[in-house]
Ligand binder design. Structure first.
Ligand code: FAD
Length: 529
């Protein structure tokens, strides 16, 4: 539902639905509303009626309260860095809140006392190890919901600390990733970012500003985490921190056999205690895909000839690259080689395919930004991105390989394809996030860019059709996957997506956003029947 201003002159609309004191920060300027209708996907763009550039958290609460109390209520979307793919942060005809406007307004590091963290009970072993590694203290940072993770990192590093769980790319907001899950190669160990939050401040769909945690307003806390923006706007998050490592040993090894690759990945994520890698990811190299791979530059400087021979020796086949890291600092610099070697010895990758590099922790975490700058320079960043992210249960990952990597994809991928497993017991079942019903599941991410260069296999239509074929294949092969960063257009698809959690999801909506005001761009409660 859109705004229904009674004013007749352009620019007068604000007076019809908002208190005067807020009007100055609400813009109806076409250039602003146009910007608020764009996202990283570049696939959909419906402008809002207005854009709020908030100067305080109370303005956000007031806006939502007005929307809630208005007879003809309007819809409101918090916009983080707009790195969604399918217009999820848009509010067609409503109001978009520019959460980044208040970046830097809040930053506070502290230590939790007599508190437990938000992890599920099966996580207690992990918690003990965090306490041990942190000298018994649970550190946290209080940050603004519209803060970028890169800025959280810079600030926490000043205290020798850093968040424990990451995304691969840091130019995303805290509220944006916590509304999904926030995953990267640390998730097998620390859980997703939503498992690493102690407390939140949230503006609900009724315009109330509430503090919530596992112990206080816990239903709201769990609803909002992974809640796709449906239950409240996160204005503050208390993020779990750990002592920051100084450097990272970053290793890639290659496989031509999928079962060996996944067996090794699963082995690595099953390890406990100190003797494990700190990050486990991987990607698929579908022949020519290697050349277009954002991450391929890693290979070239040091080992160009070796890689060439491995690739040409396996022409026509699919290769799989396992990517792992070991963090270290001055105290552990002497033993890092030994630890890495002992872990690599347990794996069965292609002999001679070890590619190693060593870099500061911050450079490792910010690695995708370097690729972004290169793509921007070539005009290849602001192109349509028909991405598809799936969680595939471990029991079906080999079927997926046979049907998709070795089947549907053909020889061109138009971007990186990530694949890495995670442990379900690191996810808190009480949150709104959904994952497959198995102890181990894989993220498979098709991170494609569509180009208008006359090559059919790189066109938007071709890639979107291929996504549809992949989804159909999963259905026909009975692969009970879940979409990550989901996009569905029908109510029945959402019901299926949430499965046994749907009834609770609906109840939570009725409790915290009964007038269906928040995050309309997700199209959950307005989806076609
Ligand atoms: P937006 O796109 O602005 O918003 C996303 C949703 O969250 C919308 O529904 C919006 O209304 C809602 N929202 C935004 N802010 C708030 C808030 N403060 N409170 C409540 N709701 C809010 N994801 C991963 O997990 N791991 C990755 O490694 C990863 N890498 C990525 C790399 C790139 C280059 C890109 C483009 C995306 C990547 N993502 C990754 C996906 C990303 O986490 C999500 O798209 C996330 O939503 C982006 O954050 P954002 O700040 O841009 O959110």
């Amino acid at each position: 539902m859109g705004l229904t201003p009674q004013a007749t002159k352009p620019g007068d609309e604000r007076a019809t639905f908002l208190p005067n004191y807020m009007a100055s920060n609400l813009s109806f300027d076409a250039s602003r509303t146009r910007l608020a209708s764009r996202d990283f996907g570049g696939l959909t763009g419906a402008p809002p009626h207005g854009v709020l550039v908030p100067s305080s958290v109370h303005e956000i609460a007031n806006l939502v309260r007005v929307a809630y109390e208005a007879d003809a209520h309007f819809r409101v979307a918090a916009k983080g860095h707009a790195h969604s793919i399918q217009g999820q942060a848009q509010a067609p005809g409503g109001v978009v809140i520019e959460m980044e406007a208040l970046k830097g307004c809040l930053f506070n590091v502290g230590v939790l006392e007599n508190e437990s963290c938000s992890f599920s009970s099966s996580y207690s072993v992990e918690r003990e190890s965090v306490e041990r590694e942190s000298g018994g203290s649970l550190y946290y940072a209080d940050v603004w919901g519209g803060e970028l993770w890169i800025d959280v990192l810079h600030e926490t590093l000043k205290h020798g600390l850093a968040p424990r769980s990451w995304t691969d790319y840091l130019y995303l907001t805290v509220g944006g990733t916590l509304s999904n899950a926030g995953i990267s190669g640390q998730a097998f160990n620390h859980g997703p970012q939503i498992s690493n939050v102690y407390e939140l401040d949230v503006v609900t769909g009724k315009g109330e500003l509430l503090t919530c945690s596992k112990h206080q307003n816990s239903e709201l806390f769990h609803s909002v985490l992974g809640g796709l923006g449906q239950f409240g706007i996160i204005t503050r998050a208390r993020i779990a921190l750990e002592p920051a490592p100084q450097r990272v040993r970053w290793i890639r090894v290659l496989y031509s056999d999928f079962n060996t690759f996944t067996r090794d990945q699963e082995h690595l994520i099953s390890l406990h205690g100190r003797t494990k890698f700190d990050y486990v990811e991987g990607f698929v190299i579908v022949d020519e895909g290697l050349i277009n791979n954002w991450r391929s530059s890693f290979f070239s400087p040091r080992n160009p000839i070796k890689l060439q021979s491995i690739v040409s020796g396996s022409k026509g086949t699919v290769l799989y690259c396992l990517e792992v890291t070991k963090n270290y600092d001055e105290a552990t610099a002497d033993t890092v080689d030994q630890e890495v070697d002992s872990l690599l010895k347990t794996l069965s990758f292609i002999q001679g395919s070890v590619f190693t590099t060593d870099l500061p922790y911050i450079d490792f975490l910010d690695r995708v930004h370097k690729a972004e700058l290169k793509l921007r320079a070539k005009g290849l960043w602001d192109v349509p991105h028909p991405w598809l992210n799936l969680f595939i249960p471990k029991s079906k990952i080999a079927d997926f390989d046979a049907g998709v990597f070795k089947g549907i994809l053909g020889k061109k991928t138009s971007g990186p394809i990530l694949i890495y497993p995670m442990n379900k017991n690191r996810w808190d079942e009480k949150t709104s996030a959904v994952t497959p019903d198995e102890d181990v599941f894989y993220l498979v991410a098709f991170l494609r860019s569509a180009l208008d260069n006359g090559e059919e296999t790189q066109s938007l239509r071709y890639l979107q059709d291929q996504n549809e074929r992949i989804l159909r294949f999963c259905e026909e092969a009975n692969i009970e996957m879940k979409q990550y960063l989901p996009h569905h257009t029908k109510r029945a698809q959402w019901v299926q997506h949430y499965g046994p959690k749907w009834a609770e999801f609906e109840e939570r909506k009725a409790t915290f956003d009964p007038k269906n005001i928040l995050a309309p761009g997700q199209r959950i409660f307005s989806a076609a029947q």
